[in-house]
Design a binder for this molecule. Structure first.
Ligand SMILES: [Fe+2]
Length: 320
């Protein structure tokens, strides 16, 4: 799994380090965090637009020194309903890294840098964001248990197709303009209880797909340098780069609460596979907690079953 788990004692230290102080990277509005965090998207102001590590020159240098697997390339202009997980393979179009960096705008390219925190130069910047986010949500959603970050470089017309991630996110615009469309994950037309169970289960990498009827339900956010938007847990989204060159940073993370929800959904999926119709997760916190504990108990046998399945399927289906 990409990203990084955060030990409990380190999470507490990070949250203490990130208490609001002058010179911070993020300006959280405590009222917006208190009323909207993980319920609905909200705007976050930040100071990353002036950061020397987020200039195009610094980012292209980072692309050149990171392992090849950490820099995903493709054409930027792709359909908004393209399959998200295969989009880098499908739309890479033979682009090489050097060609892409040398002719980025001309090629209308799109780069996603995975986990810049693995680079020693970028690590302190990402650790600072982790500390400030941990501190901002400490009273309502302690503790951050895992995080993963991504930097997107794109040109006008580029699209990140409709998808949802299995965590929360702060998408922070550093350069250029983007339009972000977000959908309410609590809307059962957008994500049914069964779809959420399957999305968050241990059974593969499936994600629910877009339907045209969703379009009128989208919440629109215009991002400019210094402006970011919070994505609640598993909120579906699609992102469009507007005029010019764009740089944005996504800080994705999980917490004890979202881990519990994930496990409870995963247990519901097992019940569904056994022919039952379990109550949706989110209706009763105590029941969800019991399901999460039960999910832990069956995780070992499921992993064993998955490993046996992979061995049995080899070599017709390569593992990912
Ligand atoms: Fe995403």
């Amino acid at each position: 799994m990409l990203g990084e788990f955060v030990p409990r004692e380190r999470a507490a230290a990070f949250a203490a380090d990130g208490k609001p102080r002058s010179g911070g990277l993020l300006d959280f509005d405590p009222e917006a965090v208190g009323s909207s965090y993980n319920r609905r998207p909200f705007i976050v102001r930040h100071h990353l637009a002036e950061h020397p590590l987020l200039t195009l020159e610094s980012l292209f240098a980072l692309c050149r020194r990171l392992p090849e697997d950490f820099v995903k390339l493709r054409r930027g202009v792709i359909p908004g309903n393209a399959h998200f997980d295969s989009s880098y393979d499908r739309y890479r179009d033979g682009l090489s890294l050097e060609e892409t960096l040398a002719h980025f705008e001309e090629l209308k390219a799109y780069i996603c840098i995975y986990n810049p925190e693995r680079d020693p130069t970028y690590r302190p910047l990402i650790a600072g964001l982790l500390a400030e986010i941990g501190a901002a949500i400490a009273d309502i959603d302690p503790v951050i248990t895992w995080f993963s970050t991504y930097i997107f470089v794109s040109t006008s017309g580029a699209v990140t197709p409709y998808h949802m991630d299995r965590e929360m996110n702060f998408l922070l615009q550093v350069r250029g303009d983007k339009e972000v469309l977000l959908w309410d994950p609590a809307d059962e037309e957008i994500l049914s209880p069964a779809e959420k169970d399957h999305l968050l289960s241990a059974f593969g990498a499936w994600r629910p797909t877009y339907k045209p009827s969703f379009e009128s339900k989208a919440m629109h956010f215009d991002l400019k340098p210094g402006i970011g938007v919070h994505h609640p847990f598993i909120a579906p989204h699609r992102v469009h780069t507007l005029d010019g060159l764009s740089v944005s940073l996504a800080f994705t993370f999980r917490t004890l609460k979202s881990d519990m929800a994930t496990k409870a959904h995963s247990f519901n999926e097992i019940l569904r596979r056994l022919g039952m119709s379990p109550h949706p997760i989110g209706e009763n916190e105590a029941v969800d907690h019991v399901k999460a504990v039960a999910s832990n108990a069956v995780r070992g046998p499921i992993k064993l079953w998955q490993a046996r399945r992979r061995v049995m399927q080899w070599p017709t289906q390569p593992s990912t």
